[in-house]
Write a protein that binds this ligand. Structure first.
Ligand code: G6P
Length: 473
């Protein structure tokens, strides 16, 4: 039976070594959490990096065997590949440029590009070692932009889908990259290219037609004999899981504990990976402004801020972490009282049960990225509000703001506006909370992760049929 081969830089589980044993834990980030629940179906497999360098061959074999039982196939990277392909090219070129941070954070080094090409080829070799006729290959995200064309070269007929989980920038940003044509050529190896939003699609079509000698008609790009379809597929979450967790006894207990700890306090929750694109410092500024302007807020509101460690070996991320530490310390030292703290800051990841308890308890969820492809935290909060209460504040720069239109939508650069939005949220009458939350919950329930996978895969089938019938003519 043909299978789907999911390919992403990171596997949905990561490996860590304690003494002589390798243990597995869940990976962070939207891609892993979003797709984590569906790859186990049928005889599908997921190819990716297990998150650490494993040098010893015996250890590699051991880990491969452990992963095989979970239908996961590792691509092992050595330290230099991690430094140059992952930290260097992926996270110091593509990530900042695609999130509109090119002037502050991007650095273009030839050796990073060389490694990026070499590692994409390494992924291709692993795919070729497991692909069988009829299989469908689904490549994910910015770390593997060259992979569709590399696979296409060896398997000209195979179905390849590509999905980008981060924003695709406007041509004016993308053109800055010295290897822009090669990257676009790489993506065009796919039959179907998906993005979260229509704006990403528009940017991609505009960029490709300006940089490459292709013809574009509506959402179809033609290059030589091949036509590639480009469309938006807003990613969903495992809604059922998030809606049922708050009903579990262990989650209820944790939720009760949180309520007891924050009895007469309105709880504002924020959850992000450590990243400058998430607007964490700007959010802290808005919260500080609120404390300055609103004396009644002292002692009656609290920001519960979870930052999940991420990429902290990349210098900009390490620096950001220090800045956040400083800012939180500064605000707490000024406003804290004997029995109240304005900010409860955690730099670590939490089990999903604790997250669920927080989602279910927080009066407000504050999601204010400067740029975000989709942002699944906003959808997780909505899905967890089984009583139809709570208020979501959402940055207009996140893909999910296009769907969650009943949230309070803010420009995250406008500190005053964010500050006013928090005030509006903590004072929102229950009836208005319901009126906003119900349609958002319905949307998140309907356009869930299974729906997302299904419409992408169905469309890929259609596109392939369309291509074959065009070739037969
Ligand atoms: C975002 C990206 C993913 C990435 C995740 C975590 O969600 O779209 O591709 O895996 O961040 O980042 P990391 O660098 O730790 O894999």
């Amino acid at each position: 039976m043909p299978k789907t081969i999911i390919v992403s830089n990171r596997l949905p589980v990561k490996i860590s070594k304690t003494d002589d044993e390798y243990s597995l834990s869940s990976s962070e980030g939207g891609l892993a959490t979003g797709l984590g629940s569906i790859y186990k179906q049928d005889n599908n497999v997921w190819i990716g990096w297990p998150g650490v360098e494993i040098a010893d061959q015996d250890d590699k074999d051991k880990v491969s065997q452990q992963l095989k039982e979970l239908s996961l196939i590792p691509v092992f990277l050595d330290q230099e590949e991690i430094n140059q392909y992952y930290e260097g090219f992926s996270n110091e070129v593509l990530w900042p440029v695609f999130h509109y941070y090119s002037s502050t954070y991007a650095s273009y080094k030839q050796s990073n590009w060389d490694y990026y090409q070499a590692v994409n080829k390494k992924f291709r070799d692993v795919i070729l070692s497991v692909a069988e006729p009829g299989d469908v290959i689904w490549v994910h995200d910015y770390q593997l932009l060259l992979l569709p064309a590399l696979v296409r070269h060896d398997l000209p007929d195979v179905s390849i889908g590509f999905f980008l989980h981060i924003p695709f920038p406007s041509h004016e940003m993308f053109r800055l990259i010295p290897w822009r044509s090669e990257l676009l050529d790489g993506m065009l190896g796919a039959d179907l290219i998906g993005f979260h939003t229509f704006d990403d699609v528009r940017h991609f079509l505009g960029t490709t037609s300006r940089i490459l000698p292709v013809t574009t008609s509506s959402n179809i790009i033609t290059t030589g004999e091949r036509s590639i379809v480009v469309e938006s597929f807003p990613m969903g979450i495992d809604e059922k899981k998030y809606a049922s967790l708050p009903l579990q006894d262990d989650v209820k207990e944790q939720a009760q504990l949180i309520k007891d700890n924050f009895k007469s306090t309105k709880l504002i929750l924020s959850v992000d990976r450590l990243d400058y694109s998430k607007g964490i410092l700007q959010r802290l500024q808005a919260f500080e402004l609120l404390l300055q302007l609103c004396p009644e807020c002292i002692g009656t509101i609290a920001l519960y801020m979870i930052v999940v460690p991420s990429r902290d070996t990349v210098p900009q991320y390490a620096h950001l972490r220090d800045e956040i530490d400083k800012k939180v310390g500064n605000i707490n030292s000024i406003y804290r009282t004997m029995d109240w703290s304005p900010i409860h800051y955690y730099y670590r990841s939490f089990p999903i049960e604790t997250l669920s308890a927080l989602y279910a308890t927080a009066d407000v969820c504050l999601v204010t990225p400067m740029r975000d492809g989709m942002n699944l935290v906003s959808k997780e909060y909505v899905a967890s509000r089984v009583n139809n209460d709570g208020v979501l504040i959402m940055s207009e720069m996140a893909g999910s703001s296009k769907e969650l239109i009943d949230a309070i939508i803010v420009n995250p650069n406008n500190t005053g506006e964010v500050c006013r939005a928090i005030l509006q949220a903590i004072n929102m009458p229950p009836e208005e909370q319901r009126k906003r939350m119900i349609p958002m919950r319905q949307l998140v329930a309907k356009f869930n992760i299974s729906h997302w996978v299904k419409i992408f895969m169905d469309r890929l089938k259609e596109v392939k049929l369309m291509q074959r019938s065009m070739q037969a003519r």
